[in-house]
Ligand binder design. Structure first.
Ligand SMILES: [Zn+2]
Ligand SMILES: [Zn+2]
Length: 410
């Protein structure tokens, strides 16, 4: 059997700079402190810790604060040194971190949810703290008064959140696989639309306010780009992970998307090329190539005295085809298929060798990643997960070298 091996060029990789260990349970969130050799972590072990790099090159906690409930989400605003920690009991606690990162003072408790907080965003201009939780709702509260401003309920657990400050629109991903777009106002909200495309819970969202692109990563292993600004309902599918996509970050400057999955996979997608939309799957009672009936088409089976076949779909043309007419597999990166998928025989013939050139690079994080965040200006990434380990990565070998010079903070 003639099998072709398409090796991916893998000259440059993320460089592991540090491993930070010490948490006694899963680390739910970690972020790098801007312009400092430090990071903040929040863990299921009920602690929130600020780590600073010492002369020895090791990170040691300068703040170690124990909470009443496991920490599940976190938001940090560097200029004001305000930190918001979402907890498993549904409450969000606000603290103020001192200039030297040695003290953390309690400010306020927000009774935002009845159950585990899944995401927190602090909006300084409006003085709002917006959050989602496993009580199936998004809530927004005033950080001056501590009052609840509004709440909106979904049919399943709300798992992730993004917010467009300028237009006051929130994107909420949930366990049913839907993303809801809402306009938040002082005491009410309006549902603008729901985005349906994922076949599993949405685990991560990223909103790019400049290009008006929304990226979503889900437990169905896929990422979808929703071209909100294009207003034509254009969506691109990105399939390259082999496990739940837990965290995503879009680098607007280099037009690259970084994504991490639960199995430790780190992917860097080139979004600076024109990609093609994957087709809608067509429905048919018989194979659209050889016209043999599918097994549920009893009438045609009876008429033609043939046995029904299983229905499959060609990923490239979307036609409903039988197994015999779709024996070949191919990757097709321009449509987001980075690994081999089912294609019909005629589509297989149409795919040239150069069409199989990968449009992403894939790397091993070597731990189960549940959360990731980047400091884009320095090209640094921090990953954390259920193995209690936090890893700091130099991403500049894979995300371009012009980051430090061309970066404008937004
Ligand atoms: Zn067929
Ligand atoms: Zn086809």
């Amino acid at each position: 059997m003639a099998a072709e091996i398409h090796a991916r060029p893998q000259s440059s990789r993320p460089v592991l700079l540090s491993k930070v260990e010490g948490h006694q349970d899963a680390v739910s969130a970690a972020l790098l402190i801007p312009k400092e050799d430090g990071l903040i972590t929040a863990s299921e072990d009920r602690t929130i810790r600020v780590w600073l790099k010492r002369d020895s090159g090791q990170y040691w906690p300068s703040i170690y604060h124990t909470m009443s409930s496991p920490c599940s989400a976190m938001a940090y605003h560097h200029d004001s040194r305000r930190i918001f920690v979402g907890q498993d009991n549904g409450a969000i606690m606000e603290f103020h971190i001192s200039e030297d990162f040695n003290k953390m003072n309690f400010v306020k408790t927000y009774p935002a949810h009845q159950n585990r907080v899944s995401a927190v965003i602090f909006c300084l201009g409006a003085e709002w703290v917006i959050s989602t939780g496993h009580d199936k709702c998004v809530s927004w509260m005033c950080t001056r008064s501590g009052n609840m401003l509004g709440r909106h309920y979904f049919t399943s657990w709300a798992s992730c959140l993004q917010y467009d400050i300028e237009t006051q629109h929130a994107f909420v991903g949930d366990y049913s696989g839907q993303i809801t777009l809402l306009k938040l106002e002082q005491n009410k909200c309006t549902v603008i639309t729901t985005l349906k495309g994922h076949e599993g819970s949405v685990a991560s969202l990223w909103w790019d306010p400049v290009q008006r692109l929304l990226f979503s990563g889900a437990s169905d292993h896929s990422i979808i780009l929703w071209d909100i600004g294009g207003r034509k309902g254009r969506t691109l599918l990105l399939q390259g992970h082999h496990d739940k996509v837990q965290a995503i970050c879009y680098i607007q400057l280099t037009r690259q998307l970084v994504s991490c999955s639960a199995d430790g996979g780190i992917a860097v997608w080139n979004m600076d090329i024109s990609r093609e939309e994957a087709p809608q799957w067509l429905e048919s009672d018989s194979c659209q190539k050889c016209e043999q009936p599918f097994f549920w088409n009893i009438k045609q089976m009876w008429d033609t005295k043939t046995l029904g076949l299983r229905q499959h779909h060609c990923r490239k043309c979307g036609q409903a085809v039988c197994g015999k007419c779709s024996t070949k597999r191919s990757s097709y990166p321009i449509m987001g298929f980075e690994f081999q998928v089912r294609v019909c025989d005629s589509c297989f013939e149409s795919i040239k060798d150069e069409d199989r050139t990968s449009l992403a690079t894939f790397h091993e994080g070597k731990h189960n990643i549940s959360h990731m965040s980047m400091d884009i200006s320095r090209g640094l990434m921090v990953t954390c997960g259920s193995d209690r380990i936090v890893k700091i990565w130099d991403m500049t070998p894979v995300v371009g070298c012009s980051l430090a010079t061309g970066f404008s903070s937004r």
